[in-house]
Each structure stands twice: as C-alpha cells, then as structure tokens.
Design a protein around this ligand. Structure first.
Ligand code: CIR
Length: 256
C-alpha cells in the first residue's frame, strides 16, 4: 500500500520563503482546511496518510517533499537549500526511519526533494536555486549501490524541477518546456502545460489517478483529454507560498 507522510500547516506560513512570486496575504485557516481536503483525497485514493504535528516556528514545514527522497530501498534525508528550512529534516528522519534505511546529504551539499524526479532507476535532479552540484553528487553516491543513476538537469525561471515536470502516467510526463528542456528526458511522451498556466506542471500520481490543482483548468482539460483520471484539489493558499501538490506529501510504497 501507499503511505503519504504529510505535516499540518504552520501558523507561520505567511513567513514562507518566496523565490518567484510576490508576497501576498495567506489565509492560514483556509490553508489548513484545504490541506485536510488534500489529505482526504489521498485517503480516498488508497493512501494511509500519516499526519505529523505542526511545527509552529517552521513556516514552510507543510512542504514535506523537500525534506527527503524516498525510494524503495532507501530514504535520503536532504539538506534544504534555504537555511530557514534545515530544521525541518530531523523530525522527518525519525518518521522515515520506521520505513527505510536512511542516508543524509551533508554540507556543503544542498538538495530539496522538490528537485528530484525518479523514473525507474533514473533519477533527474534540478540544478536549482536550492539544489547544488555537491548535493546532487552526494545523492548519486548514496543511490549508486542500489543501481540508480543520477543526472543533473538545468532549470530556467522556476523553483524546483517538479515545478516544471512530473510524471502523470507510466510513460507520460507533464512538462513546461520553457522551464526545462524536453530532451533531458529521453523516452516518455509529453503533455505540455497550457502556456497561460506556467506552474501547471506539478501533479501527484497515485496508481492511475492524479491529484491536481483546480488552479490550472486549461492544463487539466489536456490531462482529461488524454484519458487521465484527475482528482482536483483547491490549494490556493499553499500556492501563494510557492507550493504545488507534490510538495505537501512524501508518498511511497510499504509492505504493511
Ligand atoms: C519554499 O520556497 O521553500 C517554499 N515556500 C515552497 C516549497 C515548495 N516545495 C516544493 O515545490 N517541493
């Protein structure tokens, strides 16, 4: 079965890191309601949702995806690129130790889980404002014993690799080709985001189903036209903190 590790929205969400968006007011109560509906959607799709307690001082701690890279054989605890986010990893390591053997990214390496897209044994990592070459090299070293190869991918104009591209089916990537070059990903078919929706490349894939934001109706129509099953969620408040749908959970398989 799938486990989805999540964390309650921090009271400090309005003090989040921002890289590409202007700071606007965030309704934290609404963010919490939306987050609970997101958790419900994950449950309805068969996930066992682990809901970790709020970290009131850690503004961005709802974005658990950035704290670890979880693969079937190992979980690598990251060293987030934003210094304000480094304290998020310790409690996540304690949780993930129940499910996986752990390894760590160490200084001077930095890595955000939002930059890591794994497709089988190939792992693509965005060389972003958050993940540096040392972090990517360390990830390669940690994963090599399990047969993974890690490739750095250049990004333009977006926070993380998974802002630009995510898997929406076994052989299909949803992509904004203005943020990342399609030729970095040999093999799969692509669905491009609608150009009016540049941040629409981020979807959670669970089995055959997608969890996808209501904010991107034009791209959603493209996904549905391709025959994909889309479960829409309203994430307006965490989007104001530059978070997408993948950012709010760490999803992985477990045997029991
Ligand atoms: C940050 O800048 O770190 C947060 N405000 C947003 C993180 C979003 N995470 C993700 O895309 N994986």
């Amino acid at each position: 079965m799938h486990v989805a590790v999540t964390r309650e929205v921090s009271a400090a969400l309005e003090r989040c890191e921002l890289s590409y968006q202007p700071r606007v007011s965030i309704d934290v109560s609404l963010a919490r309601e939306q987050h609970h509906r997101y958790q419900e959607t994950l449950r309805s799709l068969g996930c066992r949702v682990v809901s970790l307690p709020e970290l009131p001082e850690q503004a961005d701690s709802v974005f658990v995806e950035d704290t670890a890279v979880v693969l079937p054989e190992i979980a690598v605890i990251t060293r987030p690129g934003a210094e304000s986010r480094r304290a998020e990893t310790e409690s996540m390591a304690a949780v993930l130790a129940q499910y996986r053997h752990l390894a760590w990214i160490e200084a001077p390496g930095t890595l955000d889980g939002g930059d890591v897209l794994s497709i089988g044994k190939r792992v693509y990592v965005g060389l972003s404002g958050r993940s540096n070459r040392a972090g990517i090299e360390q990830l390669g070293e940690r994963l090599a014993p399990y047969g993974y190869t890690v490739a750095a991918v250049t990004l333009t104009g977006c926070l993380h690799l998974k802002t630009a591209v995510t898997r929406v089916a076994e052989e299909i990537l949803l992509i904004n080709p203005r943020f990342v070059d399609k030729t970095c990903f040999p093999g799969p078919r692509f669905i491009e985001v609608d150009q009016a929706e540049p941040s629409a490349g981020n979807a959670v894939l669970l089995g055959q189903a997608l969890v996808y934001p209501v904010s991107f109706p034009r791209t959603r129509a493209r996904l549905e036209k391709a025959g994909l099953e889309v479960h829409a969620v309203d994430m307006s408040e965490t989007e104001k903190a530059e978070g997408g749908v993948t950012c709010c959970s760490l999803v992985f398989e477990t045997s029991g």
